[in-house]
Design a protein around this ligand. Structure first.
Ligand code: G
Ligand code: G
Ligand code: MN
Ligand code: NA
Length: 252
């Protein structure tokens, strides 16, 4: 059984699950938000990585159905968690193909309404490569989302198609520095310079900065000293199932 051939059935029978990775404040490491990440454990195929099936779903036109499920499922979950943690935010990854869907805004607004979650609680993460296919259409949709109070994060910043010209044109509220710049931060002087300058530039543009892939205490301390607003990575927590996330919250 091929992964691509199994995608329609996985959508239809809701075979995906979500895990949630905490995003914490730089100073006291209090939880602010979490990123929803999709998982697929298939009875026949075993564990299929999103790094494999998301690009296949994009190619076959199935990604928007997956994104709709992710949005509805994660917003329902956040709605429950907000009863205990009213300020908890949620980040969801969007694909470039989602930004080309005319129905995207309706899907997001109805998922928010059904979950009784405020638009300001939601951040959509897009890579700059998601915007290259049809920049005008993508930027128009992101601008509408922002006008409704939804936050827009540029994911994996510094890699792929990212450029200063694209940053200039993006209606972003947040910049997520790619983990390849964070992983060796404590030992690489070049990375320190790049990360520090990127944080300063982002702040001057009015953007919040998130570092992903924080794996040790030295890196967390360095990033705090650079005024990086939000930290995410294995040092704080790996992506967690719903049960594990609730345990983690209770422990913190
Ligand atoms: O969680 P993990 O490191 O396995 O994710 C691998 C890749 O899949 C990352 O680039 C991540 O952004 C992407 N990904 C994970 N969940 C989703 C999702 O729900 N939607 C989209 N579009 N991408 C996702
Ligand atoms: O592309 P995106 O940033 O959405 O990818 C998120 C992915 O990064 C998640 O699937 C998660 O599994 C992975 N991830 C999260 N924290 C860390 C970390 O500290 N180190 C590494 N290597 N990967 C991480
Ligand atoms: Mn992401
Ligand atoms: Na991503």
């Amino acid at each position: 059984l091929q992964v691509s051939a199994a995608i329609p059935d996985a959508i239809k029978n809701e075979k995906f699950t979500l895990v949630y990775q905490p995003q914490v404040r730089k100073t006291d490491h209090q939880i602010l938000s979490c990123e929803a990440l999709i998982r697929w454990q298939d009875p026949e195929l075993g564990f299929v990585s999103p790094a494999e099936f998301i690009p296949l779903a994009e190619q076959s036109g199935h990604i928007f159905a997956i994104t709709q499920w992710v949005l509805r499922e994660s917003l329902q979950q956040i709605g429950k968690w907000q009863k205990v943690l009213p300020e908890l935010g949620l980040s969801v990854n969007l694909s470039g193909a989602d930004l080309a869907e005319p129905g995207l805004l309706d899907v997001i607004f109805s998922a928010l309404a059904d979950a009784q979650v405020l638009a300001t609680s939601l951040t959509v993460e897009v890579t700059e490569s998601a915007v290259v296919n049809d920049p005008e259409q993508a930027i128009e949709q992101l601008t509408k989302l922002r006008a409704a109070g939804i936050q827009v994060a540029i994911d994996d910043y510094g890699t792929g198609y990212s450029s200063l010209a694209q940053l200039r044109g993006m209606p972003a509220t947040e910049l997520k520095i790619d983990r390849s710049f964070i992983m060796h931060l404590a030992s690489q002087e070049t990375d320190k310079t790049i990360v520090q300058s990127t944080i300063n530039m982002a702040h001057k543009l009015g953007l919040k900065v998130v570092a992903e892939g924080v794996e040790d205490e030295d890196t967390a301390k360095l990033l705090a000293s650079y005024q990086c607003d939000v930290l995410q990575g294995y040092w704080f927590s790996k992506p967690l199932t719903v049960d594990d996330f609730e345990q983690w919250i209770n422990k913190e």
